[in-house]
Design a protein around this ligand. Structure first.
Ligand code: ZN
Length: 159
């Protein structure tokens, strides 16, 4: 789209118009390593150098004691359901987007981690979910080193 030059004063001019600027940014060392892990269908967290807490998704610094958390640790694909809800809103979209049907969304703590994250709970129904139940990861069909590599979690042993 051509720029619409409106005003020029000395070396500075102003204009109105749309500028399309595509960009990429680095997610940082910890999340870069995390996505290396999801590419291989495994979880990689970080461990606090002082208190030993393990974070997944990984953090560079401990939120509790502020020490560095730069030791990478492999974590399993199993987890505990800490809490859950049902919602028509899709959580994998960057923008809030209402879906055609409700989704089960859970706060999931991967075994060996001290933190938890939100993800979709799959292949079950709300009435079968209980806080504290064991879950396992469901990887996406197409792995891309991307947040959506994690399709969600499902109950261990099926619904
Ligand atoms: Zn710590």
């Amino acid at each position: 789209m051509p720029l619409d030059l409106e005003k020029m004063e000395g070396d500075i001019f102003t204009s109105k118009g749309m500028v399309k600027a595509e960009f990429t940014f680095w997610v940082g060392l910890a999340m870069d390593k995390f996505y290396d892990g999801t590419t291989d269908q495994k979880f990689i967290g970080t461990k606090c150098s002082k208190c030993g807490k393990v974070f997944l998704p990984p953090r560079n610094r401990c939120g509790d004691c502020f020490a560095k958390a730069e030791e990478f640790v492999d974590l399993p694909g199993t987890a505990t359901l800490k809490n859950f809800t049902i919602t028509p809103w899709k959580i994998t979209e960057r923008r809030a987007k209402k879906g055609n049907k409700n989704a089960l969304v859970g706060l999931v703590q991967v075994d060996g981690a001290d933190s938890a994250f939100m993800t979709e709970i799959l292949n079950t129904t709300e009435d079968k979910l209980e806080e504290g139940m064991k879950l396992k990861v469901v990887w996406a069909k197409r792995i891309k080193g991307h947040p959506q590599d994690i399709a969600g979690f499902e109950p261990v042993g099926g619904a």
